[in-house]
Design a binder for this molecule. Structure first.
Ligand code: ACM
Length: 754
């Protein structure tokens, strides 16, 4: 489903412990061999550096403030020394070698990038106090590391248009990205809701276009802020302008240039996106002549775009991008070109005339004409164009770079790569970080296919990497952005850097990162609490035993429906339930920061009485070929067709882009007791067994697991599962566990129908 819908956060899983050697680096280096002994730094530690690596030597000195800096390449035998050495034999451009023994720390690389990445590995071998209180003597474990990145595009994106972020946050983000060896920060600088970068030739873009009245996304945030202060709109960007409350802000060119230069020292390219021809309402309001008939309003989904039929549009776009290129030296410049409501072009005499003149037959081709002309301009300035994957629709030049986002068009990156276009992967699932994280997020990111399986090894070279995007409609604060980036971006860092990935090892190493993030002031999402289910049942009594998900965290709870606070009661290790109740619980760290809130409801049930066993295997499925926002309307309508399936799968002949399915029959359980069902769906679903509601996971949302329990006597019970897909790709999974055991697939042999 679309990114504009926020999915709710739920439970999650985490594992803790140190890796065996005590060496814990993310992303995992390609080869790492622990040595013997330690290097001990002290006030007489000397940093020797090759002249090419002066910037890196200065960075290193921040962590060793008492050390002496000496420019020298004759340092091979020096003791109590950290040596940064230029060696052309390191093959990969961004590769490095880091050797630590009791005498020396030696970093060799053929580029300053390589040295910088070596420093980030070294940083993670130093105590986490270097992040806020550097200095003192450190014991650093001996190790030998040879390393280089797997992918060249290791990116994050931030939408600063829908909600604005202070320059200071961008600096922090670059610092945090560099710790995990990211190298691209894509800034979505303009959109319908605000133009955020000074353009000297068109001052109204910011004097007017950077400001807006509060909108319905702001009011959505305000509502959510009642339960979660991270949704509070950053008050620095709310101003009284000419007697009206306005939200906004922008970066000056001077601020942006200084920031880009800072990021360059950390080997992070800032990729600017000026999104056009759609998403231009803020600009069109400031300069109404940019659209075909003047002004911009909302269409069915998107706003009126700028007009590709007028020469004045190209003049404007080239003027804007000229100033952008002056601020941003990056090789790549992003034109956006997503989500265009092209209807206005059909009625425009200017567009019609252009189409006739150029032999353009369709509106997507007209968009391609615009993109092509812009690309020619970019190329004339020595830059490369990136567009969202919609640029494939009306035909694409071989040189355009495609940023893939539409998870529901899985062929787009395959098609682009086969054409030979370079592709950056940022599929909505799992890389739209504005979707709320859940217990599966880290795993899904760690295992996502950067190179689609349908590509050959040769074709796969077209995929230059990936990035995670953070769209800020519902991200009104730095705290919320931190929560959505961390720790998911850490999982992505390893996915994109390391060739020898191991998820179990990653989970252990991740646990050692949180102290460092605390010292860096990152308001990351605390690890998931493992709860048995949200909707629980008991026959006589139940025992709730939940552990804090990490050392140093405590669990607190309420039973009056209120959100737990850092002074709420501690959850006992064994909590006995004898009456129906609702618990709200959350983990808290030592600073009093709260993790996700879990609501556990306990309902008293008797074992449901079995019915007669069904005669046939499988389930009946009713198929509805329509768009639904909720499953609750399905049983009242006539299905388009019905068929049978062996279990909970979506058959290949279900091809409607939006649909509803209702699975009906019986489920036969082998033993009496409490069954937990884990129901993951995108979009909504409701599971009913023995005419009791077990899981309500309804509504339009990203893949989300919800769980519920039911007390069942051995035998057959009525079964009903309703599911809707709104569009954009679906997920449907059902697992169960018995009396608190391990979660397993529901066997097909359990299903029956008459
Ligand atoms: C996008 O999310 N519209 C690129």
């Amino acid at each position: 489903m679309k990114r504009l819908l926020i999915a709710l956060a739920s439970t999650f899983i985490a594992f803790y412990g140190n890796s065996q050697s005590g060496i814990s680096i993310i992303p995992q280096p390609n080869t790492l061999t622990p040595g013997t002994g330690t290097f001990v730094s002290n006030a007489s530690t000397t940093i020797y550096f090759d002249p090419a690596f002066e910037t890196e030597a200065q960075l290193l000195k921040q962590w060793f403030p008492k050390s002496k800096l000496v420019q020298s390449s004759k340092s091979d035998d020096a003791t109590n020394a950290i040596v940064l050495k230029l060696i052309y034999t390191i093959r990969a451009d961004n590769g490095y070698s880091l050797l630590i023994n009791p005498k020396q720390i030696k970093i060799t690389a053929s580029s300053s990038e390589g040295v910088f990445y070596a420093l980030q590995s070294l940083r993670q071998l130093l105590p986490s106090t270097i992040e806020n209180k550097p200095g003192g003597s450190y014991k650093i474990p001996a190790v030998s590391i040879q390393d280089a990145p797997q992918y060249n595009w290791r990116g994050l994106h931030l939408d600063v248009s829908r909600h604005f972020f202070a320059m200071d946050y961008l600096y922090k983000l670059v610092d945090r990205m560099s710790l995990y060896k990211f190298n691209k920060l894509h800034l979505h600088l303009t959109d319908d809701q605000g133009w955020r970068i000074e353009i000297k030739k068109y001052p109204s873009l910011t004097s007017q276009g950077a400001w807006r009245s509060l909108n319905n996304q702001d009011s959505g945030c305000m509502k959510l802020a009642k339960d979660n202060p991270d949704f509070t709109i950053d008050p620095r960007f709310i101003k009284n302008k000419e007697g009206k409350t306005s939200y906004g802000g922008f970066y000056t060119q001077a601020e942006m240039k200084a920031f880009v230069a800072y990021a360059a020292k950390k080997h992070i390219d800032i990729i600017p996106e000026i999104d056009m021809p759609g998403h231009m309402m803020a600009a069109i309001h400031a300069y109404p002549y940019l659209s075909c008939s003047g002004g911009s309003t909302w269409g069915e989904l998107f706003s009126t775009p700028i007009c590709p039929g007028k020469e004045s549009t190209y003049q404007f776009a080239q003027d804007v991008f000229s100033e952008i290129m002056d601020m941003f030296p990056s090789e790549y410049i992003h034109l956006g070109a997503d989500e265009v409501d092209r209807k206005a072009w059909a009625n425009s005499p200017d567009c019609q005339e252009l189409m006739k003149r150029e032999g353009i037959k369709t509106l997507p081709e007209l968009q391609s004409y615009f993109v092509r002309r812009m690309e020619q301009f970019f190329i004339s300035k020595g830059r490369k164009l990136i567009g969202w994957d919609e640029i494939l629709e009306g035909g694409v030049t071989p040189t355009a770079n495609v940023m893939y986002w539409r998870s529901w068009v899985p062929d787009a990156p395959i098609h682009a790569a086969k054409l030979g276009n370079k592709v950056i992967m940022s599929p909505g699932n799992p890389l739209y970080f504005d979707n709320a994280p859940d217990p599966q997020s880290l795993y899904n990111i760690y295992h996502f296919d950067v190179v689609p399986k349908a590509l050959t090894a040769e074709e796969g070279k077209a995929i230059i990497g990936a990035q995670a995007n953070l769209w800020s409609e519902y991200v009104p604060s730095e705290a919320r952005a931190d929560y959505l980036y961390f720790p998911r971006m850490i999982s992505l860092s390893e996915r994109l850097w390391s060739t020898n990935r191991d998820y179990t090892s990653f989970q252990k190493r991740l646990a050692t990162q949180f102290g460092r993030l605390d010292n860096m002031g990152v308001k990351y999402r605390l690890p998931d609490v493992i709860v048995p289910a949200e909707s629980l049942v008991f026959v006589d009594s139940a025992l709730l035993q939940i552990k804090a998900p990490a050392p140093g965290l405590t669990l607190r709870f309420t039973t009056d429906g209120s959100i737990p606070t850092k002074t709420s009661k501690l959850l006992p290790t064994k909590y006995v339930v004898k009456k129906e109740q609702m618990l709200k619980l959350a983990a808290f760290n030592s600073n009093g920061r709260k993790g996700d809130v879990y609501t556990l409801t306990y309902q008293k049930q008797t074992l449901a009485t079995p019915i007669e066993a069904a005669a046939k295997k499988g389930l009946k499925v009713d198929y509805y070929k329509k768009f639904y926002k909720t499953v609750t309307v399905l049983p009242k309508e006539q299905p388009d067709s019905s068929f049978t399936v062996p279990g909970i799968t979506v058959p290949s002949y279900v091809t409607a882009p939006s649909f509803g399915l209702v699975y009906q029959g019986t489920i036969t359980v082998p033993e009496s007791g409490i069954y937990t069902f884990y129901f993951t769906c995108d979009d909504g679903g409701i599971l009913t067994i023995a005419n009791r509601l077990v899981v309500d996971n309804d509504g339009l949302h990203a893949p989300k697991e919800k769980s519920g329990q039911i007390a069942l006597a051995k035998g057959a019970h009525p079964f009903n599962l309703a599911f809707i897909e709104g569009g954009g790709g679906y997920t449907l999974k059902l697992k169960y566990s018995f009396n608190g055991g391990e979660a397993k697939e529901v066997p097909e042999s359990w299903f029956g129908r008459n």
